[in-house]
Design a protein around this ligand. Sequence first.
Ligand code: ADP
Ligand code: MG
Length: 233
Amino acid sequence: MTQPLIEMAAIRKIYRLGDTEVAALAGIDLRIEHNEYVAVVGSSGSGKSTLLNLLGCLDQATDGSYRLNGTDVRDRSEDELATIRNREIGFVFQSFNLLSRASALENVMQPLVYRLTTPAQRREQALAALARVGLADRADHLPNQLSGGQRQRVAVARALVTEPAIVLADEPTGNLDSETSRGIMALFDQLQSEGQTIIIVTHEAEIAARCQRTVELLDGLVRRDHHHQSANA
Ligand code: ADP
Ligand code: MG
């Protein structure tokens, strides 16, 4: 059997605020295989964003173990975590997080700055990523010259350009109307069918239904974890 892409065991994350401790994650066991399409759901405060931040190596657990694509992600320095993130993870956020003074192309090229490639190669890779999300003809547009859905497509292209092991998305359609949201979800569906592993935090049942597995959190624990048929057409 091949090793899972993600293997978390007994992961806890405790936030300390003065004298009080908040167990944002209280003991998470989670395995995710290559090419899975996973929704993480749960009420506000259940630990979804904390889990996504740990999965994406933006933060570290208080205790427990986490292996990502064969790498033990524990007791790593900030620099090491940044390297793991850049190699393994593509992030998509609710608020797009694009650089407002940079063109779509420059935004997508940004994660490649750390790669030992030439500017021409980076440009070519970024153009290919923009083409994958259907925006090859918008490369020179600034974010404010694009619609919300197009901005999120640029953000997806930026997440993909490094060919990450996993795309992590935290409420990626939270700022979009329902029709635009469906377009973004159709894009995720397509990427998953092409082999991408995708994990989406959402509170929308319609979005979770499009994935193939739903992990529900409650009070920092996995309350339910079930595989299902995706509802996409
Ligand atoms: P969700 O994304 O499901 O709404 P979060 O992961 O953001 O939940 O938060 C889980 C719990 O951890 C909540 O009780 C929240 O208040 C707490 N929490 C999150 N981030 C911090 C932080 N930086 N400091 C202190 N407590 C936090
Ligand atoms: Mg959250």
